[in-house]
Ligand binder design. Sequence first.
Ligand code: ZN
Length: 234
Amino acid sequence: MHRILLGNEEVSYLLRRSPRRRTVGLRVDPSGLTVSVPSRTPQRAWEAILREKSGWVLGKLEAMRACSVPAVNWRDGEWLPFLGSPIELVVEQGTPRARPILGDGQLRVALPDPSDTSALESRIVQWYRREALAFFQHRVEVYARQLGVRVARLGLSSARTRWGSCTSGGNIRLNWRLIKAPPSVIDYVVAHELAHLVELNHSPSFWQIVARLCPDYAMQRALLKEQAAHYHRF
Ligand SMILES: [Zn+2]
């Protein structure tokens, strides 16, 4: 097995040399990444291609991992992650405008037709997004004050491969699915994005700022990576 650092992720891959190949080929399947190269290709040549295609490779690997996680059963009794703990879904008959209510580890959702799974899913996602924005707003304020930076706008994203993003103009976007993670993990992502308002790169001085805000960030980051496919179930 060979290894390469793509973005922040160390990726292992199988290398195949073939005298009949004329170009470098990349394949991602359930067993991982395979790189096929013509016989005498130097390592730096295929590594350059891997770096150039890193977005595609990481996206495919993530999709493969997500496939191994069972789909959500949108019905009464299902368990959903919220702020790092499982909450039990309770589906009831109710009016079209009834808001979901969280209490005692249960999320109660009322619908005119409790067997309408797509209406149930969209009602729950809507609730997650609202909770996410309120929670993130609070954490962003805390860290922005500590860093002495100003956030122009905080928005939600629903990207498949990124947890957050930040522009030099101070616009922060955080993935609403993060609200499924423990607060300590959310804090790491918030600290990471806000640190970009000081350093718009991933240099050592950037990571020093992150470490100041979030001393155990390496552990939180590893936890997030480990649970990513789980948080992307819906
Ligand atoms: Zn970053």
